[in-house]
Design a protein around this ligand. Structure first.
Ligand SMILES: CC(C)(COP(=O)(O)OP(=O)(O)OC[C@H]1O[C@@H](n2cnc3c(N)ncnc32)[C@H](O)[C@@H]1OP(=O)(O)O)[C@@H](O)C(=O)NCCC(=O)NCCS
Length: 159
């Protein structure tokens, strides 16, 4: 059993992201552009087993961090966190979101689409990172959150 809470301890959560392979900066105060962040806690031992954060980057909703502890992967916890994020974005009035996906297949399965870099807004610093192109090959990804809007965008050929 686990519970997902909004996190009040950004430092601890950012350490969790870092330890799970993300490039999240640790040991800093919560950046101003973090809209919300969540932690998933194993009720048995109070350990953080998953987490996610949502940022505002250049006016866009961006899923900035998303990780599940290695011992708890492939049990749909990542899917639950992503579904929750989308609901939160809708509650905030958003109808689309972006992310930079290191594991594109996971996001493709959840309905996200890969977008060419030159067609995406400025939401990523990955392309100037020293890891880019060798140990890390992320994709810019996009999802229209509201079904009706997706249909409308597809019809207009925008995505
Ligand atoms: C990516 C991550 C969050 C997925 O979490 P998870 O709880 O294991 O994912 P789920 O169990 O909800 O998986 C949903 C589906 O995606 C697939 N999937 C999950 N991770 C995958 C990966 N790394 N590569 C390919 N497919 C993946 C699962 O097999 C599952 O497929 P199915 O529906 O056909 O069974 C987790 O692997 C992780 O924390 N990785 C390290 C950090 C990271 O890379 N985060 C993403 C940064 S952009």
């Amino acid at each position: 059993m686990y519970i997902i809470n909004e996190s009040s301890d950004y430092e601890k959560l950012s350490r969790f992201f870092f330890d799970n392979g993300l490039e999240t900066e640790t040991g800093i105060e919560r950046p101003d552009n973090v809209i919300k962040c969540w932690e998933c806690i194993d009720s048995k031992n109070s350990k953080i087993i998953g987490g996610a954060s949502l940022e505002n980057r250049n006016g866009e909703f961006v899923v900035a961090d998303m990780a599940v502890d290695i011992g708890y992967r492939k049990e749909k916890l990542g899917t639950k966190l992503m579904n929750m994020l989308e609901e939160e974005i809708m509650k905030m009035g958003g109808d689309e979101a972006w992310l930079v996906g290191k594991t594109p297949v996971f996001y493709l399965k959840l309905g996200w689409e890969i977008v060419a870099r030159n067609q995406a807004p400025e939401i990523s610093k990955c392309f100037i990172c020293s890891k880019f192109g060798n140990e890390c090959n992320p994709e810019i990804m996009h999802k229209v959150i509201t079904e009706n809007k997706q249909t409308e965008r597809n019809r207009r050929g925008q995505l």
